[in-house]
Design a protein around this ligand. Sequence first.
Ligand code: FAD
Length: 450
Amino acid sequence: MSQKVAIIGAGLTGLTTAFYLRKQGVEVTVFEKADRVGGVIETCRTDGFTYENGPSTGVLGTPEAAELIEELSDLCRLEIADEDAKYRWIWKDGRWVALPSGLLGGITTPLFSFSDKLRLLGEPFRKPGTNPNESLADLVRRRMGKSFLKYAVDPFILGIYSGDPEKLVTKFALPKLYNLEQKYGSFIGGSIKKAKEPKSERDKKATREVFSLEGGLSNLIDALVQKIGSERLILNAADIKVSAEESGYSLSYNQNETVHFDCVVSTVGAWALPEMFPFLATDKLTSITKLPYAKVVQVSVGFRKWEGRELKAFGGLVPFCENRRVLGALFLSSFLKDRAPNGGALISTFLGGVRKPEMVKLSDEDIKSIVAEELTEMLGLTKWNPDLMVVNRYQHAIPQYGAESEQKMKAVAEIEANYPGLLLAGNLRDGIGMADRIKQGRELAELLIK
Ligand SMILES: Cc1cc2nc3c(=O)[nH]c(=O)nc-3n(C[C@H](O)[C@H](O)[C@H](O)COP(=O)(O)OP(=O)(O)OC[C@H]3O[C@@H](n4cnc5c(N)ncnc54)[C@H](O)[C@@H]3O)c2cc1C
């Protein structure tokens, strides 16, 4: 392919796309408005702590994620979380309760009501839903009962989407769960049948294990940049505007530079599209820019000497109905190597989300004192003496695939059909996790090469 491709955004999606295009010798230029690459991924190292601003871990949920890290193995190494990451805690009535993983735990757990446990026996026999735009909350209430929604799905959704199950549409937000019901008629029966189905060697790479990179996620970003070639990256690219030409697109940036490209791939958030693509009909873009995003505050907290309760779990999640001021906390040093000095702890805490967006407006001091009060009580500390505390705010942390999803996907398809060589991607579609982003990046490259 002798064509020139512009990629807008040097986050995980844009860099993965660029990497796979470069592998086939395609001429790419990546435009990034910030002065650094990685987007929301950023590893920091200080005083014996290795902490992440943004995501800390992912789930190896697609073969593409495993394959990308394999392909970069001369430059970075996959880190699979220790066994402790298999355990998750849920906050209920003033204490942590382990989320059950097996049948026996499911029967004895205090998280779910007796009637819902009985109801669960009937789950395999309930009819599949017929509304493709059914909310996750409605789906769970219908198949499993209210207490499962409150103490399993709600905290799970807070952990992934910082979202509200009443507003997320299952088909778009959790397509695997939606397909389980649609294809097999039941979550329980479907999971059992699916586990028994033979898997290709490639599918087996999607282990669903919790992963990071040895030394932090930025090592993946650095490896991608090294393979792509930093000369193909333009940082501090302000005011990007794309216009459609008779053949291809012209892209201008920094108000005086203009370059012609055959193809343009956008990996930026939905909100950034109207300014960047003034030629796209506003009514089409409106269906895309309606996509809401959760606002999230993330706080990394490090202790040289940990004196609280033993943190043998992936983390703790706090159901919305428990009315606390944190969404949850990840106990990173208990399942990843060298994240805190020996005997210490590194914890990543989240606040805000779609149901408490006002938290991002609080000052650093207020956020720090909330985290201090909440974690002291919830993690059994007698005094609050962290050696590291870093606050990050994300105005557009996680897109919420809700009622607008069907229209949004239609609008994206129409625009891409009307403007060959223009791809509107990034996390506005196809999943929010890092494994989804890598999968999309690779598929974009394959599509362009075709
Ligand atoms: C706080 C937080 C926690 C998360 N936790 C997890 C987790 O535990 N597990 C998981 O799998 N995922 C997690 N995610 C999601 C995951 O990190 C993202 O889906 C993924 O990193 C997004 O990559 P991206 O390249 O699509 O977008 P981004 O990383 O947002 O990259 C987009 C890039 O485009 C640039 N850009 C934006 N506008 C313009 C413009 N006008 N011109 C030029 N460039 C522009 C941005 O500066 C950015 O560099 C988390 C995200 C956040 C914010």
